[in-house]
Structures are given as C-alpha cells and as structure tokens.
Design a protein around this ligand. Structure first.
Ligand code: BES
Ligand code: ZN
Ligand code: ZN
Length: 500
C-alpha cells in the first residue's frame, strides 16, 4: 500500500521525480519565482500565458526541468474554478495526479497542497491518491505495471505534525475502502457466503474483535425464516456473520449496529432475472462488504466506540429447493411475510438480521446498507444513494456527512401511506409493494423489523459499483467502489469525539 507523507514544502530542495502543482483556472500566479529555477519558472509561465494549459478541472500538462532543479518533471494539474473548489474536488484531483504518475512509471512523487491548508484538504488529498491507485488484478496473469508507486509526499506550508496524523487516518480509511472493493469484486464462484464468513473470521483475529458465524441449521432453530428461505435454493448454505468491536472505555456505552446485505449472487431465484447484466449481481454483496470494511477501519484505528456489524449472507438461486412466490415465511421477530417475488430477497435477509441485532444488542442506533432496489437507481440515478430513516437527527447527520465525503446521499420520505402498499391478504406483510416508490416500500418493509430503535437505511444499488450512468471519478476505478465506508467511519469518529 502506498505511503502518504506530509512535509513542510521546501521546493527548491525537494528531490523528486515528479512535482505536481495544482493550478486554478485563470490563475497564472502559481508560485513565487524564487522557489523554482528561473528557466523552469519561465517555461511554466509561458505554458500558462499562451493558454496551452488553462487549469480546467482535471486537465494536466508535463514540464521537463532538464536538470534545472531537484525535481525531474513538473506536472501542472487543473483544479478548475477556485470558487467551485471543494474537498471532493481535491479528492478527485489528487486521484487524477496519482493515476498520471502511475502512467509515468515512477515510484514516488510529490504534490503541493492544492489550496488553503486545513485538515479536510489533507484528508481528501490522502484519500484521493490511495483510492485512485486501486486496481483489482487478482485474476489477471499479467499484473499491473511492475513499478508501483510506493510513496507520495504532500508538501504543505506548515510544519505542524497534526497534518501527518490526518493523512495517516485517511490512509487507514482508504485502505479499508480498498478492502471492501477487493471482496466486492470477487466473482461469485469464489465468494460463496462461507468465504465471506472466513474473511470476517480472519479480520476479527487480526484486529481483536469478537466474531461469530451462525450456520444454516442454527439459523433455522433460531427462527431466522427469512435468511433460511432465501438461502434454501443454493448449494452454498447461508451464513449470518457477526463482528463485535468494543473500543469504548465505558462498558455501559451502547453499541451502534451496522447491518449489510451480502447476497453473493442474485439471480432473482424462481422470479429469475433477465440475462442481461446478470453478472453484475455479484455486486449484490457490497452492503455486507462495506460493513466488514467499516469494522476493520474502526478496529485498526482503535476508535473509542462500540460497534456491532451483522452481515446476513446468502446466494439467491433458482432450484428444486428454492423458496417460491406464494410462500409465507415466519421471520425472526414473529411477523409473517408473503413472498410475491423471490427477487426481493435482500429485504428478507436484512429483516432477520435487523430484528436479531436489535433484540440481542439493544443498540443506540442502527444503520443498514444494501444494494436493495433497482427503483433507487430510477429515483436518484447511479451516483446518489437513497437514504430512508425513522429518526430525523440520525438521517440529517448521515446526509451532512455524505456531503463532506462525496458519497452522495439523498433522503426519500417514509410517509405512512407507503405501509399500505405492502399489506398482504394472507400474511402480516408482503415482500413487494408494486412499481410505485419501490425504494421506499422496500424501506417500509424493513422498518417492520427495526422496532423503535433509531434506524437509517442506505440503498446503494446505484453507487456500490461503477455501472451504466456512473459519472467517472478518478478515485473510483472500475468495479466495486466501497461506497459508504468513508461516511460510516466518519460517523463513528464523530461519535467518538462526542464520547470524550
Ligand atoms: N439486488 C437487487 C437490486 C438491484 C437491481 C441492485 C439492480 C442493483 C441493480 C434486488 O434484490 C432486487 O432484485 N430487487 C428487485 C425488487 C423487486 C422485485 C420488488 C428490483 O429492484 O427489481
Ligand atoms: Zn433480487
Ligand atoms: Zn438483491
């Protein structure tokens, strides 16, 4: 993994193969001439003045220093309009710089702070580089370039050590995101529920967490009808994975409960999906991957909070043993569900996990993440997750954090009327609510299992992997994105601060 160092800028002495300098659009005044060799400075000035390079967002140009100065090359990197520049822009631009540097086959490079120094800027730059350098090449014989970037120095105009610790935390979180991507990208033949369970067990061992994996027959005995029903159609049995991290010094401190959908492959079951893009349903485990990654980040940073992560994992297959439309299933909390579409399986497994987690841990709040509905993509597109909750404070907090992290989330309303759409003739509720407001009726279904605990549901169907309609972003390479990891870790870090 790449090392990110933060150092006081001494550009005239900085030995580096590449120095990246961000330039705002229309801002020709990039730096003091005394910091660069006069000839190099003149060359850059000319490039800017004759409009060869205008500083438009994401553009770049290389300037060779020909031995004049300690850096071999300088890359001017367009930051776009100054008044539109945010931490998210810094994340994207830093990611762009890292990808360009990778093309140049260099082992290290340096990058000047893009704008006014603050913690948000350094965090975003550190995240951007680590996330953008991710690639999934486990299944390729020819691995990515042999020269890997090992070290990146962010050069700043301060010698305060706090910025190094900001970058260190950002690196931990970005590594966790890359971990979520690594599991999310696994093909379904190599990642049945048992594999996810074994990943969770090693994670727990490595980072000192309690772990528990509940198997099929025990799930049945415990009354987890939803998980058992969906898991029945596959030869790969279902698993309920539970990780517990206790970092708070106060043992009375209630836990946060995180629940993540991990359908290792969603064919739709008996209500089978059309063939087109069915392969993408290997990403139907991404909610669970995010939960595992958040647990890893929280434990590796030793945050002073208590968190329980629950990942119900199944493979949704059509077979002679599958659950069927028409089946009525008794769930963990005693409610009965009439199955009218076996492709609405995510809510069936989440329902049991939510009810079990709440009954067992009495958490102070519950957050679930799931690639739950195509309707969430229809409503908000492939770049914004839908959030629905029962507690305004909690949803507002999550939404505000999402604005900072660039993991865009928008709230959909859970009006009472939506509950009418999932009333069943033969059971307490049914598992589909019709085409209208599909992302909300799915949430309405889940709310039946969240009792009165503050709960927020994040539908990441559009954002969990790069798909049709995804806006390209340097720091989200093709495949699983690890969406939600950064926002949830920030959420728990914020809570840690409140606790002390
Ligand atoms: N995993 C899918 C949701 C999904 C679809 C995520 C496309 C990302 C892209 C989920 O299990 C599902 O199939 N949902 C159905 C629900 C319907 C039957 C009520 C859907 O969205 O079509
Ligand atoms: Zn489905
Ligand atoms: Zn699904």
């Amino acid at each position: 993994m790449v090392q990110v160092k933060v150092e006081k800028a001494k550009i005239d002495q900085r030995q580096t193969s590449l120095l990246v300098i961000g330039v705002f659009e229309g801002d020709l005044d990039i730096m003091q001439s005394k910091e660069l060799d006069p000839a190099v400075f003149a060359s850059i000035k000319e490039t800017l003045q004759n409009k060869e390079f205008k500083g438009t967002f994401g553009s770049s140009i290389l300037v060779y220093t020909l031995g004049k100065g300690p850096m071999k090359k300088i890359m001017l990197l367009g930051l776009g309009k100054k008044e539109k520049f945010t931490d998210e822009s810094a994340r994207i631009c830093a990611g762009k710089a890292a990808q360009k540097a990778k093309e140049l086959a260099t082992k290290e490079f340096s990058i000047l702070q893009f704008s006014n120094l603050d913690e948000g800027l350094i965090e975003a730059m550190a995240e951007g580089v680590t996330l953008a350098l991710y690639s999934f090449d486990k299944y390729k014989e020819a691995k990515e370039p042999s020269t890997k970037i090992e070290e990146i120095a962010i050069l700043i105009n301060s010698d305060s050590p706090k910025f190094q610790s900001v970058a260190d935390k950002a690196s931990h979180v970005a590594e966790a995101v890359n971990f979520a991507r690594d599991i999310g990208n696994l093909p379904p033949n190599d990642c049945p529920p048992a594999h996810l369970a074994s990943i969770a067990l090693s994670l727990a061992q490595e980072h000192g967490m309690k772990a528990q994996v509940i198997d099929r027959y025990e799930l049945e005995n415990m009354g987890m009808g939803g998980i058992v029903a969906v898991g029945k159609g596959s030869n790969n049995p279902p698993k309920l994975i539970i990780l517990e991290y206790n970092g708070s010094s106060d043992p009375q401190q209630k836990s946060y409960l995180l629940v993540g959908k991990a359908v290792t492959f969603d064919t739709g079951g008996i209500s089978i999906k059309p063939g087109e893009k069915m392969d993408e349903m290997k990403f139907d485990k991404c909610g669970g991957c995010t939960v595992l990654a958040v647990m890893r980040a929280v434990a590796s940073m030793k945050l002073a909070v208590n968190v329980v992560g629950i990942v119900p994992s199944v493979e949704n297959m059509p077979s002679a043993t599958s659950y069927r439309p028409g089946d009525i299933i008794k769930m963990y909390n005693g409610k009965t569900v009439e199955v009218l579409n076996t492709d609405a399986e995510g809510r069936m497994i989440l329902a049991d996990a939510l009810a079990y987690g709440i009954a067992t841990y009495s958490p102070k709040a519950v957050i679930d993440l799931a690639t739950l509905t195509g309707a969430a993509i229809i409503a908000l597109g492939a770049n914004v997750a839908a959030i629905v909750g029962t507690n305004k404070q909690l949803t507002d907090r999550m939404r505000k954090l999402a604005d900072k992290t660039g993991e865009k989330m928008w709230e959909l309303p859970l009006y009472d009327e939506f509950h009418d759409q999932i009333k069943s003739t033969y059971a307490d509720i049914k598992n589909i609510g019709g085409r209208a407001g599909g992302a909300i009726t799915a949430a309405a279904f889940l709310s039946n299992f969240a009792s009165s605990t503050p709960w927020v549901h994040i539908d990441i169907a559009g954002t969990a992997w790069t798909q049709d309609g995804t806006h390209e972003k340097s720091y989200n390479p093709k495949g699983a994105t690890g969406f939600g990891v950064r926002t949830l870790v920030k959420f728990l870090m914020e809570d840690e601060k409140q606790a002390v």
